[in-house]
Design a protein around this ligand. Structure first.
Ligand SMILES: Nc1nc2c(ncn2[C@@H]2O[C@H](COP(=O)(O)OP(=O)(O)O)[C@@H](O)[C@H]2O)c(=O)[nH]1
Ligand SMILES: [Mg+2]
Length: 357
């Protein structure tokens, strides 16, 4: 067994070093906060079973292609083949002329809006059962809104996860300011777990100070434990998570920081509706977690088709809790409502009434 100590400014950075040096099979033996030259940091001790060192093949064009093809063999390729075959089988069955003209127009519209084939097939099957049924009857149970308000989300801990640049920090600040404005007595704490030194941290600190909100930093799991101890002082603790790089996924990250122990933590996944299918599927895989509770869609003002909202609702069963549609901090976010989701999907109309081209 090979054992090594890694130090970095945050657990995320230390964990990345562990992975880079010891690989995915490394076992974390300890993970604690340390102080070095007056700065807080993280120390991880990790170990890996000794493995024979394989000499890497020369980096020729052929070797790179061979390695890539080998990587794609296995369940990933099999699954995409199976998926493709199911769709090939289903598509001819989707005889659109068996639908009423109104149903057919609605289904064709959703196809143009980039609603994926799994969802279209489900809608088609439902409509076939009920020739007089409206498309809304079949879509209604699929798309749910749980507006992000203290009343709908009474649990204390809320974390915002998602790819870098998706709009996590802006969303967190906007929601905190909105709640503070609507119910000034709500005791809100803003906590950042985003890298310790980044711009997001300063933004959060600035708005917390400006609005009289508490501010905390999460550098290691000790800070999460501390936050848990003082949780009764707050009605809502909003945690800004980092965008996860490389192969690290959300479940690994929450385990590393001890977030999975937080009672009633809701994680809200912040996404943009204009991701490609491949990107979207990758994010769903990377950010899947038992603690995921809602989806927040941002950058609606930069989006042309909104089918991904439906695809995600179908794939995850999660409600939508907020919608954001502008760069500014004011008048750029709305808590989600089912009719605003329908207006987006069928009329490309943003919550502020603007229509997307
Ligand atoms: N157009 C537009 N820009 C947004 C929206 N939400 C966030 N942004 C911008 O996206 C960028 C990244 O946002 P940020 O909150 O820092 O993302 P994070 O990395 O996920 O925390 C910033 O420039 C924001 O102003 C939105 O709804 N519409
Ligand atoms: Mg951020």
């Amino acid at each position: 067994m090979r054992m090594k100590t890694f130090r970095a400014a945050t657990s995320t950075a230390a964990f990345a070093k562990v992975k880079a040096e010891l690989g995915n099979d490394a076992v974390i033996l300890s993970n604690k906060t340390i102080t070095e030259d007056g700065c807080k940091g993280c120390e991880i001790v990790a170990a890996v079973d000794n493995q024979p060192v394989m000499s890497a093949p020369p980096n020729t064009k052929e070797n790179v292609v061979d390695a890539a093809l080998k990587e794609s063999v296995g369940w990933q390729r099999e699954w995409s083949q199976i998926k493709g075959q199911i769709m090939q089988l289903m598509k001819p069955q989707m005889d659109m002329d068996r639908l009423s003209p109104k149903q057919k127009i609605a289904l064709e519209y959703l196809e143009r809006e980039d609603v994926d084939e799994k969802v279209l097939t489900k809608i088609y099957c439902d409509l076939r059962e009920d020739p007089k049924g409206s498309i809304m009857t079949t879509l209604d149970p699929m798309v749910k809104a749980t507006p992000f308000t203290p009343r709908n989300w009474p649990n204390t801990f809320h974390a915002f996860a998602g790819p870098g640049g998706a709009g996590k920090t802006s969303t967190l600040v906007r929601l905190a300011l909105k709640i503070k404005k609507e119910s000034p007595r709500t005791r809100i704490c803003l906590a950042t777990a985003d890298g310790g030194r980044g711009k997001g941290r300063l933004v959060l600190k600035h708005y917390a100070e400006l609005s009289g909100l508490a501010f905390r930093e999460i550098i290691t799991r000790d800070d999460v434990a501390l936050l848990q101890q003082e949780a009764s002082q707050f009605d809502m603790i909003l945690i800004d998570l980092p965008g996860l790089s490389g192969k690290t996924n959300l479940t690994e990250w929450t385990q590393l920081y001890g977030l999975q122990n937080l009672p009633e933590l809701s994680i809200h996944l912040v996404l943009n509706p204009y991701y490609s299918t491949a990107q979207f599927e990758r994010f769903v895989e990377k950010y899947k977690s038992e603690q995921l509770a809602s989806v927040i869609w941002t950058k609606l003002d930069e989006t042309c088709t909104f089918g991904l909202l439906l695809n995600m609702a179908f794939a995850s069963g999660l409600p939508i809790s907020a919608l954001s549609y502008g760069t500014g901090l004011k008048n750029s976010i709305a808590t989600a409502a089912e009719d605003s989701i329908w207006r987006l999907l069928f009329m490309r109309t943003l919550p502020n009434g603007d229509i997307q081209p």
